[in-house]
Design a protein around this ligand. Structure first.
Ligand code: MN
Ligand code: MN
Length: 344
């Protein structure tokens, strides 16, 4: 039955920019987990700034993989996998990383300006009781065990923080000198997203995507950047296999969402806003600002899948489409015969 009951749908928009930051001397962070943004059960985000020497300490996430996009500045990460292989990587704006669930890592802002980046997790509840920091762990373990494990005397460990440090100050190391001899994993954790050929480029805009096809370690998430020109529409489509999480880096965009059963919603997202589209929901994105609109788009599947309205209709007999939509065949013949993707 057709109806238009917007009240039945939850909010698909969340204003991260209005959230309070956790501020420390060498960095700050604000987050949108399922607690702040209830509809986003499967995906969470953290916007973090690190000053030069600001180190997001050694930690792991028990229930989520981490996908990071560098918005500005310079960053270094370290990561270890269960086979004892490790990697140290340097990132610049437009680069991404992927850390599999449970793998220990650290993130450090570098000179001259530090860094700003967005972290996206494939579990809305990644934060509470599921992020394990090394200082928190050692502070809550009997001192004799810690000392025995580190093979030093207890007295030598007086400097250990009494609880989670979260962001500490690290002395910057020479960039060219790796701290350790490399023991690289088979797949790198780094991908230079915006240095690659886009996934699609039309007159209306561009989409860069890194799925596990381009970035093999990224097995549970895909993500990229969507750039829409003023007025352009990322056409009506859906993703059969994943939820979609969008973060507006700049500009203004309208997200339409179709939830079946006559339920639909529209959300206007500005800079610093997050949008969410559940798996399978029909949706579109239109640039409603005067300049370009640049967004992060992240999916909770390593395989990127989509079906667009234009290709779906073009794949069906014209008469079938005409009869289904109650339109003259001449009108249906004007429809696009190939995928439009982004419409100027
Ligand atoms: Mn992390
Ligand atoms: Mn989409």
């Amino acid at each position: 039955m057709p109806s238009n009951n917007k009240a039945k749908l939850p909010a698909y928009k969340f204003s991260l920019s209005k959230q309070k930051s956790r501020v420390l001397p060498y960095g700050d962070a604000k987050q949108a987990t399922v607690k702040e943004f209830p509809v986003s059960k499967s995906i969470a985000g953290v916007l973090m700034n690190l000053k030069p020497g600001g180190l997001r300490e050694l930690h792991w996430h028990a229930n989520a993989a981490e996908w990071g996009f560098v918005i500005s500045g310079n960053v270094k990460t370290t990561i270890i996998d269960p086979e004892g292989r490790y990697e140290e990587n340097f990132f610049e704006a437009g680069d991404i990383w992927y850390f599999p669930k449970g793998h220990g890592h650290s993130i450090e802002g570098l000179s001259p300006d530090g860094t700003s980046f967005m972290l996206v997790f494939d579990n809305g509840a990644f934060s509470e009781f599921a992020t394990f920091s090394i200082t928190d762990w050692l502070a809550h373990t009997p001192k004799d065990i810690v000392a025995k494990n580190l093979r030093v005397n207890k007295e030598m460990l007086k400097g250990l923080p009494k609880g989670e440090a979260y962001i500490v100050h690290a002395k910057e190391q020479d960039r060219k000198k790796s701290l350790k001899a490399q023991n690289s994993p088979p797949y790198t954790h780094k991908y230079r997203l915006l240095s690659q050929e886009p996934y699609r480029k039309t007159e209306g805009g561009t989409l860069w995507i890194a799925s596990s096809r381009e970035f093999p370690i990224s097995t549970t998430m895909s993500g990229g950047v969507l750039d829409l020109k003023p007025g352009a529409v990322r056409e009506l489509h859906w993703h059969p296999n994943a939820d979609e999480w969008v973060y507006v880096l700049s500009g203004k965009v309208k997200l339409t969402s179709f939830a079946s059963s006559g339920l639909a919603s529209e959300s206007e997202l500005g800079e610093g806003d997050i949008g969410f589209t559940p798996m399978g929901y029909g949706h579109s994105l239109q640039n409603i600002g005067s300049g370009d609109c640049k967004m992060l788009v992240v999916f909770n599947s390593g395989i990127y899948e989509e079906i667009s309205l234009s290709t779906w209709l073009a794949s069906n007999p014209g008469q079938l489409v005409a009869d289904n939509l109650n339109l003259p065949i001449d009108v249906v013949r004007k429809f696009s015969e190939k995928q439009l993707f982004i419409i100027k």
